[in-house]
Write a protein that binds this ligand. Structure first.
Ligand code: FES
Length: 287
């Protein structure tokens, strides 16, 4: 006779998540209901609700996930699957300031890797680790669509553009010392918990935030301007290193001796145009 394996033998059973104190619960529930009412289906509110619970404790705790599951009629497994997928949700207590260094390709080659290495050494922490005073959590972050300002550092998701190892070191020193730091553009810096509340969909009503300007840079906006007819296309070809850029011939004037500007512009062979490689069965096969 085989013995059924108990839940305990498969691993330690998890205790239920502790509940929020009554006052916290009442406040979060009122906020959560406001968020849920914005969506036609309640489960669509999961992402902002995770930001909401993150704004309470600074990370998404088991208590926060149980709260989201209860309010949205989901299982805790469903909520956990989402909370662990997105890197903007923290799963453990972290620093007051999340210092994210973009080490995606463009920022990395423009100095992001050097900045990250310098901060690691300066702060004495590794990726996703927090300084002993609880002030700064250092993180690698992915591209934040600010490549024309590379290398980019983000503090609590506010932009600090065109950084160097020296400027990034000064930045974290200022944060640790409690000195005011100004993001390069956008809203003034606020605490990580306040940032999470804004991301949950509650407006940032600080005077400086309402007036904040300075979004994407010129290189990011050129596509939009082209689409609106506010800019003229300037076709260029990339030149070998060390040579000056050359203007490419306009597309309606093919270069001499070349039928197309590049092989990508040439019509590709398809089953309709290539009788040697038909898509369907050949005449013999069909017989
Ligand atoms: S690669 Fe860093 S912002 Fe795009």
């Amino acid at each position: 006779m085989t013995e059924a394996r108990s839940e305990v033998s498969l691993g330690m059973p998890q205790l239920p998540a502790p509940a929020y104190p009554a006052e916290v619960r009442a406040r979060l529930e009122a906020d959560a209901k406001e968020v849920i009412a914005r969506y036609p289906g309640s489960r669509s509110a999961l992402l902002p609700l995770l930001h909401l619970v993150q704004s309470e404790e600074g990370f998404v705790s088991r208590t926060g996930m149980a709260f989201c599951a209860e309010l949205l009629g989901l299982t805790t497994a469903e909520v956990t699957a989402v909370a662990t997928f997105y890197t903007m949700y923290r799963r453990k207590p972290s620093g007051d300031y999340q210092v994210g260094v973009c080490t995606n390709t463009l920022c990395a080659v423009m100095g992001g890797d050097a900045i990250f290495d310098r901060l690691k050494e300066h702060l004495g922490v590794g990726n996703d680790e927090t300084t002993e005073d609880g002030k700064v959590t250092l993180e690698h972050i992915e591209c934040n669509a600010a490549c024309d300002f590379a290398p980019v550092v983000m503090v609590n998701w506010e932009f600090f553009d065109n950084q160097t190892p020296e400027s990034a070191t000064r930045l974290v020193d200022d944060l640790i010392a409690g000195r005011t730091v100004e993001p390069t553009r956008g809203a003034p810096l606020c605490s990580y918990k306040d940032t999470a509340r804004i991301l949950a969909g509650f407006p940032d009503e600080r005077p400086g935030a309402v007036a904040a300007t300075g979004g994407a840079g010129p290189a990011s906006l050129i596509g939009l301007k082209l689409a609106k007819g506010e800019a003229t296309p300037q076709p260029r070809v990339v030149s070998p290193r060390g040579e000056a850029p050359r203007d490419a011939a306009p597309r309606d004037e093919p270069q001499k001796g070349a039928e197309h500007l590049s092989s990508h512009d040439a019509p590709q062979e398809t089953s309709a145009s290539d009788p040697d490689n038909p898509a369907g069965p050949t005449a013999e096969e069909g017989e």
